[in-house]
Ligand binder design. Structure first.
Ligand code: DGL
Length: 259
């Protein structure tokens, strides 16, 4: 495997760009290829077998494109399919899981909230991480409808604000002091979330930790790109490119591709 080969990332859609942004900020020298499987979003309502099938399809495309490492930039795919991916393919994988651990360790009210998809909250991996913190009350909430609205480009809509209020106000009333965003789409909702919850509640997502872990694994495999050439960022979507372009502030070129 060559150091110049790209870091591959995939998500059920545009949300994993929140992870790509952190990775690109930390490792600007790296070439990257991002796959937005928006045609099949949301993954959160699919069965485990369907999520595994889609994750294998995305991985195989990234391997055909010679990616040296794959970031599963989707909590739902990580929590449902990572075991199978690691068994089936030799490439190193980085996953993204809800940041329950730091929130549970830092909470003073011993009550934290987690907003994630049904697929993530129902997964075995998620239940395992919850069971590591028996002394903390974990308020789980499925973010019904949020991914679909983000995929439609409706982040600032009144409908989004109403949905978020209905999910977050009950958590605030239960005295959470940390809110864990357990879906890579949700960091794009932080401005709306801040309109609803008090400043004292801290919001945690996993983007920065994923970027640091990627750097560490690339170092371990001696795969960091040390070339002096300007890095290339490629974005593929199997749906309308403009939604992905918008979320990237129209700074990156997005190409439609069937996959
Ligand atoms: N970005 C995905 C995640 O992190 C969204 C899942 C979905 O498509 O429902 O879970």
């Amino acid at each position: 495997m060559k150091q110049e080969n790209a870091i591959g990332l995939f998500d059920s859609g545009i949300g994993g760009t929140s992870i790509w942004k952190e990775v690109h900020a930390l490792l600007p020298n790296e070439n990257t290829i991002y796959l937005a499987d928006s045609k099949n979003a949301p993954y959160g309502l699919k069965s485990k077998d369907e999520i595994i099938g889609l994750s294998c399809k995305n991985t195989e495309l990234l391997l055909e494109l010679n990616c040296k490492i794959i970031i599963v930039a989707c909590n739902t795919a990580t929590t449902n399919a990572m075991k199978e991916l690691r068994t089936k393919y030799k490439v190193p994988f980085i996953g993204i899981e809800p940041a329950i651990k730091p929130a549970a360790l830092l909470s003073k009210t011993h009550t934290i909230g987690i907003l994630a998809t049904k697929g993530t909250l129902n997964s075995e991996l998620f239940h395992q991480s919850v069971s590591n913190h028996p002394d903390v009350r974990i308020i789980e909430q499925i973010g019904h409808g949020l991914v679909q609205l983000i995929e439609n480009g409706d982040i600032d809509s009144p409908e989004m604000l109403e949905l978020l209020k209905s999910y977050l106000i009950p958590m605030v009333e239960k005295n959470i002091d940390y809110l864990v965003l357990g879906c890579s789409h949700y960091p794009y909702l932080i401005p709306q979330i801040k309109k609803i919850i008090p400043n004292s509640i801290k919001i945690i997502d996993s983007g920065e930790a994923v970027a640091k872990q990627t750097q560490k694994v690339l170092e371990q495999h001696q795969l960091l790109n040390i070339s002096n050439e300007k890095s290339v960022q490629l974005f593929y979507t199997n749906s309308e490119p403009h939604v992905l372009e918008n979320i990237l502030n129209n700074q990156e070129k997005v190409v439609y591709k069937q996959f």
